[in-house]
Design a protein around this ligand. Structure first.
Ligand SMILES: *Cc1c(COP(=O)(O)O)cnc(C)c1O
Length: 481
């Protein structure tokens, strides 16, 4: 017994290093804060892209006794915060940006410092109610009934997976039915939908690629023909995946007319609004999104259109019981946490996760500090910036894709006597080499287009003007050579 106690006491001295004195915590706080503020202050003048020079990146450099916060921050600065895309920069105009509001970092800090358990209502009624209220708020914005369910997931991919799993179980797609079930989507659907189907054991369902109109939206007459012939042939029209803002071109499928068909054929209607659904906060977009409220499930990514730091997607499912049926669990060691009727839903019963990051805090704190008007204005500003780019580039003689429904523009230059694809890739490389702005490209019908995606709250007109000037200058240079 004496030896046991001695051993414990010896270990206690060392293990208490994990509980530093307040003075050290203050020092860490001050330095991490200063680092964060310096980072943010440098964004306006800084680059959005830094090409990786190939230097070795090694993070297994911690010794047994620990290091200083100065060394740690120095290391982060020269590696993580140096190479690649800087998504916090307003110059990030490729893929789908978002930005990362400073308030969401503070929300994460608060959530992690207290480490509240947001998986089960019993464990922290406040944290879980906060997340459930945010889901209710989202439902209200989207026109879903107040008794809809949902989950704050790590992102859009997992949110889509949760919806697919729920639809699968609700529609009874199992066993021999898998190969008779048909899913409908356009070629522009996000690839995470393909992944979700495979992960959910639905890789062998029949996948129909519905044709699109000239603005890359689902052709509803074509969809009707496909559903009709599948039904007549004894197959099961199982699920339609519509996009409320495709990643490639920002197209919104005709949701209301699709809803007529999913009603008619008793098919699950899913809307992937990971990129675009946040635009519904702005009243002017309501006609474009008409019918979104008729879907059975819907995805929105607050780490895109609501500018939060990475790690937050939301899935809404109208039938919360169906969502729970696919995700609830029972375990003996959880018996104290059983749902009783006075309690709200627990995230652990509505998603694959048990213990989870308390993601609601970053969203709630941001809403609480800024209010919604700033978000609305910023979202509308992004749309108008995309429109401005579209008009200006047309004036500069570029070929433009459809006028932006949301905030993505595809464009390219058609050079005489030069290969178009090679020319446009060279244009993009010039922008990336400069690095002040970051843009990306895509391939549609096997042709190269350059893309502009405006969705960082930090992107304003000066950035867009800078990009236009860089592109026009690079185009002229390339033409001269
Ligand atoms: C970004 C995106 C996704 C994937 O979401 P993640 O948060 O990256 O997992 C799905 N669908 C669309 C339309 C997207 O733009």
């Amino acid at each position: 017994m004496q030896d046991l106690i001695k051993d414990i006491e010896k270990l206690e001295v060392i293990s208490k290093r994990l509980e530093p004195e307040t003075e050290l915590l203050k020092d860490w706080n001050r330095k991490v804060n200063a680092y964060g503020l310096e980072f943010v202050q440098g964004l306006d003048a800084g680059k959005a892209y830094e090409q990786y020079d190939g230097q070795e990146l090694d993070f297994l450099d911690f010794g047994p006794e620990g290091d200083s916060i100065d060394n740690a921050l120095e290391k982060i600065k020269s590696t993580v915060d140096h190479f690649g895309i800087n998504p916090a920069s307003g110059g990030h105009l490729g893929y789908i940006p978002g930005g990362g509001l400073y308030s969401s970092a503070l929300g994460d800090y608060l959530a992690a410092v207290s480490n509240r358990y947001a998986g089960i209502f019993y464990a922290n009624p406040g944290a879980v109610k906060m997340e459930n209220d945010l889901i209710k708020w989202t439902a209200q914005v989207m026109g879903y009934p107040s008794d809809s369910g949902g989950n704050l997931s790590s992102g859009g991919s997992i949110a889509n997976l949760i919806a697919v799993t729920t639809a699968r179980d609700y529609m009874g797609i199992e066993g021999s039915k898998v190969e008779e079930a048909v899913v409908y989507m356009t070629e522009q659907v996000h690839h995470c939908v393909h992944k979700a189907l495979r992960i959910a054991g639905l890789g062998k369902t029949i996948w129909r690629q519905v044709p699109m109109d000239s603005a890359y939206r689902m052709d509803v007459s074509a969809l009707e023909q496909l559903m009709d012939s599948d039904k007549k042939a004894g197959r099961i029209p199982f699920m339609v995946f519509a996009s409320a803002g495709t990643t490639d071109v920002g197209a919104v499928d005709p949701l209301n007319r699709i809803a007529d068909l999913t009603d008619k054929y008793s098919c699950w209607f899913h809307v992937d609004g990971a990129y675009g659904a946040a635009f519904k906060l702005v009243a002017a977009f309501n006609p474009l999104f008409k019918g979104i409220e008729r879907s059975d499930s819907l995805v929105i990514d607050p780490h895109k259109g609501l500018f939060l730091a990475y790690g937050l997607g939301i899935v809404l499912v109208k039938n919360v019981d169906a969502l729970a049926k696919s995700h609830y669990y029972n375990a003996n060691y959880m018996q104290d946490a059983k749902v009783d009727n006075s309690m709200d839903w627990s995230p652990a019963d509505l998603s694959p996760e048990l213990t989870k990051h308390f993601r609601g805090m970053r969203m709630w704190l941001s809403f609480k500090l800024f209010g919604m008007n700033a978000f609305r204005a910023s979202i509308e500003e992004k749309h108008l910036l995309a429109k401005y780019f579209w008009v200006r580039m047309k004036e500069e003689g570029f070929e433009l894709g459809p006028e932006p429904a949301l905030s993505v523009v595809i464009y390219r230059f058609q050079p005489e006597a030069k290969d178009r694809d090679t020319f446009n890739m060279a244009l993009m490389q010039t922008v990336l080499k400069d690095g002040f702005n970051f843009i990306s490209s895509t391939r549609i019908n096997d042709e190269i287009w350059l893309r502009l995606a405006v969705l960082s709250f930090r992107t304003h007109k000066d950035r867009i003007d800078h990009l236009i000037a860089t592109l026009v200058h690079a185009k002229n240079e390339l033409l001269r050579h």
